[in-house]
Design a protein around this ligand. Structure first.
Ligand SMILES: Cc1ncc(COP(=O)(O)O)c(C=O)c1O
Length: 290
């Protein structure tokens, strides 16, 4: 493998040249994506055998790296963007999202707080308010009201953040000693990440209710069943905290959005599964529109 001594971390001439090469490389990948077997054909441990045990001492040329990617990485890829891929989240990428990610990485901004990059903070606020309007959420939940949201990297992060926020708000009202009484609701179709998140934030595992769904109702969360479960909990002194609604469940892509029960102080999380954002918005508009 050839070694390059060019250690300049950001030489704009090289950045342009190599950036163009990467775009060409990816454009060719998409042009030829039909030719790959959708499922990777390699055996476990394939890459460990091919790569050196230690990181290279010196950087390598982009040509060498692209060659290595072709030779060693592509065979180990399951091609999620292939038009022949029908599992999990099929064809979730788009030119707009790839280019947007490039711009984000290009600026490499760290948005700790407003001062660390005002445009980053403010763009997030504007976009969250757009989403809030598209989802027809109450104005009080948006920045233009008294609320506001954040963009998170994964659904599980959202599970944890929203569960914690709900828990803190509730315990402020009912007293910190009542943590063991808090109950979280989801359906038997909800991603297991919710149970893990509940564990992390200190909700008792026996207080996570997976409301049963049925094929006859397309595995939707039934408001009646949910109501029964909530009533039973209230009767024995437990306190409903959180309902996880899902748009596009992992196994059947069902919309789990049903009722927003006023007994639940915090209805916090909508977990987006298979639906891309466009589909999500369309479906939500159809499902939620009065
Ligand atoms: C409906 C649903 N919710 C949550 C998750 C968890 O997502 P993440 O791994 O991004 O946290 C998934 C992942 O498959 C999912 O399908």
């Amino acid at each position: 493998m050839s070694q390059s001594n060019n250690m300049n971390p950001l030489d704009h001439v090289e950045f342009r040249r190599q950036g163009h090469m990467i775009i060409d490389f990816l454009a060719d990948y998409y042009k030829n994506i039909n030719n790959y077997p959708v499922l990777s054909q390699v055996n476990p441990g394939n890459l460990q055998k091919k790569l050196p045990e230690c990181a290279p001492l010196l950087p390598e040329s982009i040509e060498t790296i692209l060659n290595d990617i072709n030779k060693d990485i592509i065979p180990g890829i399951t091609h999620w963007q292939s038009p022949n891929f029908f599992a999990y989240f099929a064809s979730s990428g788009s030119t707009a999202s790839f280019l947007g990610e490039m711009v984000i990485n290009g600026f490499n901004v760290v948005g700790f707080n407003w001062l660390s990059s005002p445009a980053s903070t403010e763009l997030e606020m504007v976009v969250m308010d757009w989403l809030s309007k598209l989802l027809q959420l109450p104005r009080s939940l948006s920045f233009s009201g008294s609320g506001g949201g954040v963009l998170l990297g994964t659904t599980c992060e959202a599970f944890i953040c929203t569960l914690l926020a709900a828990k803190e708000k509730m315990l402020d009202q009912i007293g910190r000693e009542k943590t063991d009484k808090l109950v979280v609701y989801c359906s038997d179709q909800t991603h297991v990440g919710l149970q893990k998140a509940a564990k992390i934030v200190g909700i008792k595992q026996e207080n996570v209710r997976q409301v049963l769904t049925a094929k006859s109702t397309n595995y939707k969360l039934s408001p009646e069943r949910l109501d029964e479960v909530i009533k039973k909990d209230i009767e024995v002194g437990l306190i409903p905290l959180y309902l996880c609604a899902t748009v596009g469940t992992t196994s059947t892509t069902t919309m789990l959005l049903t009722i927003f029960d006023e007994k639940l102080i915090s209805i916090n999380n909508i977990s987006y599964g298979k639906s891309g954002i466009t589909e999500t918005i369309e479906d939500l508009m159809n499902n939620l529109a009065p």
